[in-house]
Design a protein around this ligand. Structure first.
Ligand code: S3P
Length: 190
């Protein structure tokens, strides 16, 4: 038997008329939280990295290696702008997607954004065993993550909703995201 739907889930389902975009650093849990949220709400889920990989027939690492970061960023910008036209759905964006020209502006106009805010130590620990992050291969991961977070934080902080993920479990983060979305939508800001 499935658990009864929470009042937050039904409110978000009723009120949401545009995509939810989950933003934040690599390793912050965007894909897992995004997919969980989409499942709970019964909306489609898109992961911008996966969309790019499917279109290119190559992994993110292969695209970086063969064509360079600039080419990847251009595909990423296009992919996000296309996904923003899909109506209510959940999108997990690649960590650097919001730094592409015009992307954060488009997200702010066309979506509700959720920043999963996570500190560098936790990101580094989570990413230690994860492959497929070409930017982390260019030097010391902690230094790279620190620099990227410094550059990106002013943009991430433009999100409609900020959720500090800290030491929280996945379930707690999911609850916080739903609560944040519900509160934001009920204020009629959309
Ligand atoms: C990147 C994050 C990755 C991927 C690429 C670049 C970044 O996505 O898009 O490796 O610049 O932070 P995730 O945030 O899903 O790991």
């Amino acid at each position: 038997m499935t658990a009864p739907e929470s009042s937050e889930v039904s409110s978000v389902k009723d009120l949401l008329d545009r995509p939810v975009v989950v933003i934040g650093m690599m390793g912050s849990g965007k894909s897992r939280v995004g997919r969980g949220l989409a499942d709970k709400l019964g909306f489609d889920f898109y992961d911008s990295d996966k969309v790019i990989e499917e279109k290119a027939g190559a992994t993110v690492s292969e695209i970086f290696e063969k064509y360079g970061e600039a080419k990847f960023r251009e595909s990423e910008r296009k992919a996000i702008l296309e996904l923003l036209e899909k109506g209510p759905c959940v999108i997990a964006s690649g960590g650097g997607a919001v730094m592409n020209p015009g992307v954060m502006e488009a997200i702010r106009k066309k979506a509700v954004s959720v920043w999963l805010k996570t500190d560098v130590d936790r990101l580094a620990a989570r990413l230690e065993k994860a492959g497929g992050r070409p930017l982390l291969k260019q030097g010391d991961p902690v230094q790279i993550l620190t620099k990227l977070l410094e550059e990106r934080e002013p943009v991430y902080s433009l999100a409609d909703i900020t959720i500090e993920t800290g030491q929280d479990s996945f379930n707690k983060t999911m609850q916080d995201v739903l609560k944040g979305l519900c509160g934001f939508l009920k204020q009629g800001k959309v």
